[in-house]
Design a protein around this ligand. Sequence first.
Ligand code: IMP
Length: 427
Amino acid sequence: MANTVLIGAQWGDEGKGKIIDVLTAAVDWVVRYQGGNNAGHTVEIGNERYVLHLIPSGILRPSTKNVIGHGVVVDPLALVKEITDLEQRGADLRGRFFLSDRAHLVLPYHNLLDACREQAASAGAKIGTTKRGIGPAYGDKAARVGLRAGDLLDPIFPALLQRRVEEANRVLGAWGQPPVDYAKLLADCQAATAKLAPFIADTIPMLNEALARKESILFEGAQGTMLDIDFGTYPFVTSSSATAGGACTGAGVAPHRIDRVVGVIKAYTTRVGEGPFPTELLDAMGEQLRKTGNEFGATTGRPRRCGWFDLVVARYSAMLNGIDAWALTKLDVLDAVPVIKICVAYDCDGERLTTVPANIRKLERCKPIYEEFPGWQCKTTDATTFAELPAGAQAYVRRLEELTGVKVGLLSVGPRRASTMKLTQDF
Ligand code: IMP
């Protein structure tokens, strides 16, 4: 398969785990390149359900090799738990899972600082983070004081950690929080290192040598375009590059090695956490989408905010990421909806906008301009080909393609592996 970057085209939770699982059947490597265990990818195989937070979903295919690239921030204690859970369910990770020695660590003081900052923020300024320490860990990376996975293996790690804990404790003290216990944290890190050591490697030559051998790589994005630190609804974003460009900087491969970008997009829109969401439905329809789509966070269990498909976001995302094909998910969630709406533009103070404004206050004032669409009102979940879909569902998919200028390559009508159909030859 072509070297593919797979990204979320909305605010995350588009169903990437499932699409990645389908695509991994044809790839040699799957690489995570940004984010941390704020992500949660759900994959259902037969009667088994897996929720992966750090390890790439490719781990569920025994022939696939999996890498956590250096652009990811890694909570070593959470990673050990994830490895152990997978091993207990029969997975063998040896020789097929690698953690970049350059990946920055998320340590418990990052989680505490994340929580303090959120708690202290005034009502309108709370981001609604996952409290997984993501912002503070990337903050340390940018401030050049972070600890990396490779440091765990260095004999001077205790001294490095001590310096970080001392500084973190000064900040926590200023927030009125108890200090982190250095001795306990060191012992926890050492126990985690014993488990992680065989997996820590310099993954940059590993991936580039694989490319030289013509092996294929799937770059697995986490979160979504609108949560990207640069392109998202800043400051209501995550702290990493969730767009396609992040694959190069977060995995260590050159841009020309990427053959295509697949954007995962839901047939409607959801968002977790705070921040503007122009098509949000605060009524019974929003509740229906949440219930039918089981829209509750895989990481935090929080109910997701639900709304209609936002074409302004979809087009922005297609442009930014250079999306070659959509993987359209959760079409079945619309099965019972009598009238479906697509937001084709925003009305902002009387001005018609067709792209996402940078100014968050302006975006908050945007009112969606809708095109209405008749619902098909019958079940799509049993369809295995596009032709088996009701005419209304086919027309909805074709309209989304027309409006976004991007073809749907994969279409998902249910959570199981078997409920994903291929619409174009290149999948
Ligand atoms: P953080 O990444 O935990 O700092 O959270 C920042 C924002 O990104 C919050 O609105 C979170 O709800 C959101 N977020 C982080 N990870 C995910 C994800 O995997 N799916 C959806 N939203 C996410």
